[in-house]
Design a protein around this ligand. Structure first.
Ligand code: HEC
Ligand code: HEC
Length: 285
């Protein structure tokens, strides 16, 4: 009896040690990844006096920056899942005082924060295709927004989030950028270029790099955008401006992002987007 108890004690002791070792490994490995300093490539920008403030302010709205970073890009808590992560979309008016134009552009197109850390959630996989003039305009608009609010707290990643970081379930922006760069949305030439550019830099974040659908959040499917083939321009415009589909179904994510961001697209942008997506739907048949 005593012998059995003693052996049980040994086994439990060894198991406990293994659990502690695994926890220590996950802690150190995830810290190395979360605190990594990523080497950013130099960005091509246009001279700031030539960048368009108006275009930048328009892009802050249509490209959903305000959806995550809050009105006037003052920052907000974006995600809080106990034991997984607490993540803020930073106050960009505050970041702008500390970061250079290069660093802001690297955050937007390369998913690398101004301290060199690889970003989480920030959809740079879509923004990597913004033109030099567009990124410059965005930076000008961020700098022109009056600084207000306070610094947003740094992200904290809990034990479950750290397991996800180490086993690759949680991906950093630079990695997602590479996946997107390897899979391009079909190109129908100059006539459809403007619509394609909007789809690639805005819609791809949730609908996938080739626009053929993706699960932006576990359990939520953003369908292949060939569904747009059944939308005429007025119903598509209504979807973009109000988030309501033609048959009045209740949508989830799409409604929120339309009401916050896409309603700011002008008629010409909506028409260009519609033309490209309809062409894509018809060519796919
Ligand atoms: C889906 C939500 C989302 C959208 C849309 C989004 N961001 Fe972000 N962004 C984030 C989050 C979250 C972070 C911080 C990530 C982290 O801490 O790992 C971030 C980080 C940044 C940073 C880096 C800040 C720093 O500390 O260096 C910049 C700059 C930035 N975003 C600009 C933009 C701009 C400009 C747009 C629109 C073109 C935009 N973001 C759209 C979520 C978003
Ligand atoms: C934040 C994520 C997100 C972004 C960005 C996004 N979508 Fe969606 N979209 C969804 C999801 C998720 C659905 C499925 C319905 C739902 O759950 O809202 C959807 C559904 C749709 C539908 C089908 C509606 C129906 O009839 O069922 C269309 C069309 C559509 N999106 C077009 C677009 C276009 C065009 C863009 C870019 C301007 C875009 N979406 C950007 C998440 C997104």
């Amino acid at each position: 009896m005593v012998k059995v108890l003693r052996w049980t004690g040994y086994v439990l002791g060894v198991l406990l040690l293994l659990v502690l070792l695994a926890a220590a490994y996950i802690w150190f490995a995830s810290s190395r990844m979360l605190n990594a300093k990523v080497e950013a490539k130099p960005e091509q920008l246009i001279p700031m006096e030539q960048a368009s403030l108006e275009q930048g302010q328009h892009l802050l709205l249509t490209h959903a920056c305000v959806e995550c970073h809050g009105d006037n890009v003052q920052g907000r808590k974006f995600l809080e899942i106990p034991n997984v992560v607490t993540l803020y979309a930073p106050n960009l008016t505050w970041v702008a005082k500390r970061a250079s134009d290069q660093q802001l552009a690297q955050a937007i197109r390369q998913g690398i924060g101004h301290k060199g850390e690889p970003l989480l959630v920030m959809p740079s996989e879509s923004y990597q295709d913004l033109t030099d003039a567009e990124v410059s305009a965005l930076i000008k608009a961020i700098r022109a927004t009056p600084a207000s609010g306070s610094a947003t707290p740094a992200r904290t990643v809990g034990p479950l989030g750290r397991i996800g970081v180490v086993n690759g379930a949680v991906k950093f922006a630079p990695e997602v950028i590479e996946e997107y760069a390897a899979a391009q949305a079909v190109d129908f030439g100059p006539k459809f270029a403007e619509g394609r550019h909007i789809a690639v830099t805005v819609c791809s974040g949730c609908h996938g790099p080739t626009l053929s659908g993706k699960e932006p959040e576990p359990g939520t499917v953003a369908p292949d955008l060939s569904v747009t083939g059944s939308y005429d321009l007025p119903t598509f415009t209504r979807l973009m401006r109000t988030g309501l589909p033609p048959d009045g179904r209740q949508l989830k994510m799409m409604t929120g992002v339309s009401q916050k961001a896409f309603r700011h697209f002008d008629d010409a942008e909506i028409a260009a987007l519609h033309a490209y997506l309809v062409e894509r739907a018809q060519k796919a048949r």
